[in-house]
Design a protein around this ligand. Structure first.
Ligand code: SAM
Length: 274
């Protein structure tokens, strides 16, 4: 296929997006800088409010034309700028959901004069009414106790009982702590579980997912693991190296490797104390 598919370009998305033809991608799934002052080895998260919002509008106007007519867009944001960003997006697309990602474990420290923020706000937008959406691919199986409780004759043979339920708009998935086997050296890496759910629901098998802000490459890896293609950009060369490495090493292997290293370290420590 084209030379922009299954590649992450180590360059500024705002120039790189011109590599991608208009109407060529099924899904834009992205987690752009939040403007909270984070250090990504560049100033992208440390702009004035006006510059950040103008920059957001610029990249949205470059990225949205890349969507197919039945395409969708998911964007991670925080409470600080999601209102402004969602208004911008509602002027360009149709909003379908605001999904709350409950990270479960609050970040350390934080203000003592307000509540501890423990969620990301994710916007789900579509281009047209006939957008691609495969609910069956992301249904959550009922547990055995629930199935048993619904065993009365009126429920027997119910398709929904076998297929599972529709994920709600509150997703409780722990953020990746330091010890997590998936964890790479990126400060705001997202769990594969969340990204894979979005891809399975909103990109057909074999389709293309675009992420202009790849970070550690979670979107690319999730696309590969679910049988989709990917394309995208990342500004920081060190993160580009992490992306290459993650794409070269299947996650199952990484988890097995990390477990083996940990077990060896534990055994070595036990041998020393004995
Ligand atoms: C919130 S992080 C993405 C994290 C990613 N979802 C993951 O799971 O690892 C945003 C990323 O956008 C990158 N970035 C910022 N400005 C950029 C630009 N103009 N072009 C490409 N990447 C950029 C940053 O270096 C940072 O790694």
């Amino acid at each position: 296929m084209s030379d922009w598919v299954d590649r992450v370009f180590c360059e500024d998305a705002l120039t790189g997006l011109s590599r991608i033809p208009d109407g060529a991608v099924d899904l834009i799934l992205t987690d752009p800088p939040y403007n909270l002052g984070k250090d990504y080895g560049n100033a992208s998260d440390q702009q004035s409010e006006a510059d950040f919002l103008a920059w957001t509008a610029r990249w949205l106007d470059l990225a949205i034309p890349k969507l197919k007519d039945n395409g969708s867009l998911y964007i991670f944001a925080t409470w600080r700028y999601s209102p402004e960003i969602f208004v911008m997006l509602k002027q360009r697309l149709t909003m379908m959901n605001e999904i709350i990602w409950d990270r479960r474990v609050p970040s350390m420290g934080g203000s003592v004069r307000s509540y501890s923020s423990v969620h990301d706000t994710i916007g789900f937008f579509v281009k047209r009414k006939d957008y691609y959406f495969d609910l069956d691919a992301v249904r959550i199986p009922y547990d055995e106790a629930t199935k048993k409780a619904r065993s009365r004759s009126i429920f027997v043979g119910s398709k929904w009982l076998e297929l599972g339920y529709n994920p709600k708009d509150l997703w409780s998935v722990s953020r990746l702590h330091r010890e997590h086997p998936e964890r790479a050296e990126h400060p705001t890496q997202k769990p594969l579980e969340i990204i894979e759910r979005m891809i399975k629901a909103s990109c057909p098998p074999g389709g293309v997912v675009l992420d202009p802000f790849m970070g550690s490459g979670t979107t690319a890896l999730a696309a590969r693991r679910t049988g989709r293609q990917f394309t995208g950009f990342e500004l920081n060369e060190a993160y580009c190296a992490i992306i290459d490495q993650r794409l070269r090493t299947p996650v199952a292997d990484t988890i097995a490797q990390k477990k083996a290293v940990k077990q060896a370290a534990k055994k070595a420590a036990a041998d020393t104390t004995n």
